[in-house]
Design a binder for this molecule. Structure first.
Ligand code: FES
Length: 175
């Protein structure tokens, strides 16, 4: 047996160990994202709501009346991701701050509409009427329109879309 062949055979156990370590390392690396995916529903905090983009604030200047916008919201049920579109109204306070109101009537959940000539919101189902700032004016709704959490980031208005309990006088988040 040549010296070269003996050296090669002598190195075989070391090469085998090196291969085993490499295979285990790659396996462990691949297992991390798989484990993270499997654990995702457990890691997600209950009630965590993602921010949805409404658009650049420059598109909302000036804002002479509330404007209806559609926002895309992402909901997760375990591993299932659902995307839906919801209407909201963007308004400005007297101080110029942007506010986002849910278009869902706090009475029984119909969609509230803005009436430009009357400068008020009205609900077509039971004639609930709301002022420009969302305050209750008249009708059966127990409270004014619900304000959604909003923020401005890098010049874009974002909203956290949530659902509120109907038929109660105080704003109560249910999802
Ligand atoms: S659902 Fe809006 S007034 Fe009844």
């Amino acid at each position: 047996m040549s010296a070269e062949r003996r050296r090669f055979l002598g190195a075989l156990p070391f090469l085998g160990a090196l291969l085993a370590v490499g295979t285990s390392s790659v396996g462990a690396l691949l297992a991390v994202p798989l484990a993270r995916f499997a654990m995702y529903p457990l890691r997600r905090k209950p009630g965590e709501v993602a921010w949805s983009d409404i658009g650049p604030t420059t598109d909302l200047t000036p804002l002479a009346a509330p404007v209806k916008m559609l926002v895309e919201i992402e909901q997760r049920d375990g591993w299932r991701k659902m995307i839906s579109t919801k209407p909201v109204y963007v308004t400005r306070t007297a101080e110029g701050r942007l506010r986002v109101l849910s278009a869902v009537c706090p009475h029984l959940g119909c969609s509230v509409a803005w009436n430009d000539s009357r400068r008020q919101f009205s609900c077509p189902c039971h004639v609930g009427v709301f002022a420009e700032d969302g305050a209750l004016v008249s009708g059966p709704p127990p409270r004014g329109m619900d304000e959604l959490d909003s923020t401005v980031e890098d010049g874009r208005l974002k909203v956290r879309y949530q659902y509120f309990r109907q038929l109660v006088t105080t704003r109560e988040i249910i999802a």
